[in-house]
Design a protein around this ligand. Sequence first.
Ligand code: SAH
Ligand code: SF4
Length: 376
Amino acid sequence: MTTEILNLYDLTLPDLETLLDSWGQPIYRARQIYRQLYIQLTTDSLAMTDLPLALRERLAAETQIGTLQLVRLQTADDGLTRKALFRLPSGEVVESVLMVYPDRATACVSTQAGCAMGCVFCATGRLGLLQNLTTGQIVEQALWAARELQVLSSELSVLSSADSTTQNSKLKTQNLTNVVFMGMGEPFANYDRWWQSVERLHDPRGFNLGARGLTVSTVGLVPGIRRLAGESLPINLAISLHSPDDALRSEMMPINHRYPIAALLDATRDYIAQTHRRVSFEYVLLQGKNDWPAQAIALAELLQGMLCHVNLIPWNPVPGTPLGRSDRARVLRFQQELFGRGIACTVRVERGMSIAAACGQLAGATVGEAIPLVSA
Ligand code: SAH
Ligand code: SF4
C-alpha cells in the first residue's frame, strides 16, 4: 500500500541522514537529496542525477516523494489564481490555492481535511473533521505551488517577450514569497504536524522561506496562541475574530463558548507582550449581522491600544447558507468607523471568486460532483 511507504517530505534533514546512514550511505548524500527535494523541487528520485544510480533506485523502491494526487486544477484571474484539488491516500480531498501578484506569490495551504470547528459561515466547517494532514502533506502543497509558479513564470516570460504591453510582463517573482495557513482546517488543532511544516519550509538548507513570509490563521484556540508565542520563528499570526460581542460570536463560531472574547484577547495581549509582533484580526463581514457601525465602534474599543491590524473580509458565498455578503457601502462605512478611532484596517483583496477559491470557500468536491482529472 502506498500509504505505508515512507514519504520523504515527512523527514527532517537529520531524519534523512539517519535513513541514509542505516542504508550504509555517506551522510552528505542526505543533503544532496534534501536539496533535490526543496531547492530543485524534484518529484522523481530517479531524476536525482547527482546520486549514484543504485541509490536512486533504492529511493524509488522504498520511499515516495509526496502522497497527494492532483485531481483537478482550476484557474481564475487570468491564470494568476490557481486552485488545486488533491486526493489523500485515504480518499479524502483537500484544496490549495496559488495567488500570483506582480511582486509576490502566495500559497494558501490546508492543514486538515475538513474542520471540527463548525463556523457557520465557512464551507470547510460544514464537512466536520475528516482527517489531520501529515507534515509532509502540508509541505507538499507549498511545493506544488512553487512548481506551479515556475511553470507560470516561464509561460509569462514567453508571453511578455511577444507582447511587452501585457500586464503579466510585470511579474517579478519566480519564487514563492508567502505561505499562509488559511486553507481547509484549523492549524492549531493539528499543531505539532503543522509546526513541523513551518520549520521545514523555513529551513535555510532547503526551501528557505523567511519566517515573515509565513502566516497562520486561527479560529482562536487560546492554547495554540500561547504556544506560538514561545516558538523561535517569528511567523505572523492572524486571529479570526468576526464579532465584538460574545453572543454573536458564539452563534457564528461555536469555539467561542470554550474561548470567549476576553480569554482570546488576554492571550493575544500576552502574545504581543512576549513577541513584540503585530497581530492581524480577521473580520468576515456578513450583511446585517456583524457589519453595523455600532459593532465597528465596539470592535475599536476592544482593540484600543493593541499592536494590531484589522483585515476586513467581505463574506464569500457558501451555497446553502442563509447568510449575505456585506455590500460595498457597508464595508466602507465599517472601515471608516475603525479608521476614525485609530485602528489600522484594510479590506482583503479578493481572488478566485469564480472558482470558489476565496477564503472560506474550500470544501473539496461536494457529494455527487464529478471530479475531472487533470490531463497535464
Ligand atoms: N481555521 C482557520 C484558518 C482557515 S479559514 C481560521 O478559521 O482562522 C481562513 C479565514 O477565512 C478565516 O479568517 C475564516 O474565518 C475566513 N472565512 C471562512 N469562511 C469564509 C467565507 N465564506 N468568506 C470569507 N472568509 C471566510
Ligand atoms: Fe474551521 Fe476556520 Fe472554517 Fe472555522 S473558519 S470552520 S476554524 S476552517
